[in-house]
Design a protein around this ligand. Sequence first.
Ligand SMILES: Cc1cc2nc3c(=O)[nH]c(=O)nc-3n(C[C@H](O)[C@H](O)[C@H](O)COP(=O)(O)OP(=O)(O)OC[C@H]3O[C@@H](n4cnc5c(N)ncnc54)[C@H](O)[C@@H]3O)c2cc1C
Length: 396
Amino acid sequence: MRDARIAVIGAGAAGLSLVRRLAAHADPPPVILLDAPPGPLRPPERTWCFWEEPGGEFDAVLTTSWSRLRVRSRDGRATLGRLAPLRYKMLRSPDFTALVAAELAKAPTVRRITATVTEVRDTPGGAHLHARATDGTPLHLRARWVFDSRPLPALPPARTTFLQHFRGWFVRTRDPAFDPATADLMDFRVPQPPRGLAFGYVLPLGPRQALIEYTQFSPTALPSQAYDDALHHYAERILGLGEFTRTGTETGVIPMTDAPLHRQRGHSVFRIGTAGGATRPSTGYTFAAVQRQARAIAAACAAGRRPVPPPCHSRRARTMDAILLRALATGRIDGPDFFADLFRHTSTPRLLRFLDGRSHPAEDLAIGLRTPVLPILRTAAELPLLRRRTRPEAPR
Ligand SMILES: Cc1cc2nc3c(=O)[nH]c(=O)nc-3n(C[C@H](O)[C@H](O)[C@H](O)COP(=O)(O)OP(=O)(O)OC[C@H]3O[C@@H](n4cnc5c(N)ncnc54)[C@H](O)[C@@H]3O)c2cc1C
């Protein structure tokens, strides 16, 4: 049995963000970071986008960043928003992982173990972990605090669960086709699903290179071929890219749910990251919230407090998201019109502050008044009466 002050399970965005914060403390606690071996439990590489001011701690390893965001309504009308003083930043997971690995290589208090965690048990004064090393050897570990970022086996019951499901192609065009200063956040010119909404997402990496994605917010994921068909249509018919080659692919399914995701599994065991509710239900954005959560946990550990992860999103934000998800799911609001109008009538920095949960109630009200008020009020009134139900199938 090995002892550690802190055990962190999972070396994804949440686990790595937390461990690097703990290691950066003036008097860092001993930490064991456990991650599954390469295989089905390891998430594939991905790109994270988030917004913040220039000079952020990951700026040196960003792929790129943009000063403008564009939203296009179904009829092609464009709203161009200037982000200043913020930038929309793209960080690829291998670059983040390499940065953190280099930091941790210089951190004598952090030990990395490749093993599959099979059980975590809260015990008096700490927790016990059982794991299996790559060669099958059982491993037992005791820690004062455990932070677990393993994905939940199934989502808890919810009033509404949508999936944000998407596929992206990294493309290289023969002729210049992209404006490297502008990212297309939502382009609603794509065919829409019967429930929810769909949009194109274009992240230019240069005049001839971009990540282009087809995304749906809807109840179920699509067959694989449907994403490729939608991307062909988007690239060729809508964006008119001309001749291009595909250099990579990215696929994802992010749950958008109003289910309560509990951060405490016991006195000493906590969930972090997506499993602990870091994903904003209405947008799927997670990375910035994970950074805030990691900072707060590390500060609590340094201060000798019980390091319960704080909620990543305020109750007000989660309530508004529950209303929005429900209004979309019932078809009471038209998704493409809703988002296109929101961007048209609200300044982009204010909207991003709102999405970060950093806006004031007065600003929220001003934004709320720009939405279809009656369907939203009807949905808000109905929400407390709805039962939370288990999804028939968990998203993969
Ligand atoms: C393709 C894609 C693109 C995304 N883009 C964005 C974006 O642009 N902006 C944004 O904010 N969010 C984005 N998200 C959402 C979110 O940021 C990510 O899902 C984020 O990577 C979640 O990090 P996590 O650490 O909580 O979970 P994960 O990344 O799922 O990490 C879980 C970790 O647990 C480990 N693990 C699992 N089981 C075991 C086990 N039994 N034992 C030991 N270890 C185990 C895995 O190896 C993994 O390291 C995206 C998601 C996807 C899928």
